[in-house]
Design a protein around this ligand. Structure first.
Ligand code: DX5
Ligand code: ZN
Length: 233
């Protein structure tokens, strides 16, 4: 797929949303033009932080959220929670390969449950984990920060890694999304897209940019993201 034909998707990370009003925050960000909901699951074991689980995902579905929910598992082990998130209404489930004892099986579990499956690569995790499972992934997610917290700075070496991931995806000829997560801002999203990403997670950049005139709208920052992306060829 060439840059000109790639469709770009914005995935606000609800890690930076107001958890006391989560349903409303998700409604607001989707009404403001976001494409998918990025749902960060941390277990205080694989990463040093603790967030939300399948009950919250199910609650968002019950609240009426119909957009794709992109579940990013930062947990170890992964298989039990894969099943729980399938039942809770997840659309995409990604996990860190070093957190699974049987990567192929975990990927298959996700697809068998009717969800799209992906692997997540920490800044120092090699892309070689893709070598024998390219036919079982629908998404490759590159972390551009170390996982665990929102609001960190984008690690520049991710750009070269994105180019390499894009090369592998294009060479496979498969329909695989390339997502980037961590430190994505209005001033770097175009460069990240040029390096090959097509799906952009943004937590603090979105949720810190509530419209001044209407606190239920985030369309200013989402429009700015799209303006930046429109210039990418
Ligand atoms: C970090 C999470 C991210 C985080 C990104 O471990 O996976 O999704 O919310 O936050 P920002 O966009 O603020 O770097
Ligand atoms: Zn994430």
């Amino acid at each position: 797929m060439t840059d000109a034909t790639r469709d770009f998707q914005i995935a606000p990370s609800i890690l930076s949303a107001d958890f006391a009003r989560l349903g409303e925050e998700v409604d607001d960000v989707l009404a403001s033009g976001a494409d998918i909901v990025h749902f960060d699951v941390m277990d205080n074991h694989y990463v040093p932080n603790l967030t939300i689980g399948p009950m919250v995902c199910a609650a968002l579905r019950k609240h009426g959220v119909t957009a794709p929910i992109d579940v990013h598992l930062m947990v170890r082990p992964v298989d039990q929670l894969i099943g729980d998130f399938i039942a809770a209404g997840a659309s995409i489930i990604t996990f860190h390969p070093e957190a699974s004892d049987h990567i192929d099986r975990s990927l298959q579990l996700i697809r068998d449950g009717g969800c799209r499956a992906g692997l997540v690569f920490n800044p120092a995790t090699p892309l070689s984990y893709l070598d024998y499972v390219m036919d079982k992934v629908d998404m490759v997610l590159l972390m551009s920060v170390n996982p665990g917290f929102g609001g960190q700075s984008f690690i520049p070496a991710t750009l070269d890694k994105l180019r390499e991931a894009r090369r592998r995806i294009d060479a496979s000829g498969r329909d695989i999304r390339l997502e980037v997560d961590g430190g994505v801002k209005v001033d770097n999203i175009a460069e990240i897209a040029r390096a090959g990403a097509d799906t952009f997670v943004a937590g603090s950049a979105v949720f810190k940019a509530r419209n001044e005139s209407d606190p239920h709208r985030y369309d200013g920052v989402i429009r700015e993201f799209r303006e930046q992306l429109a210039g990418v060829r």
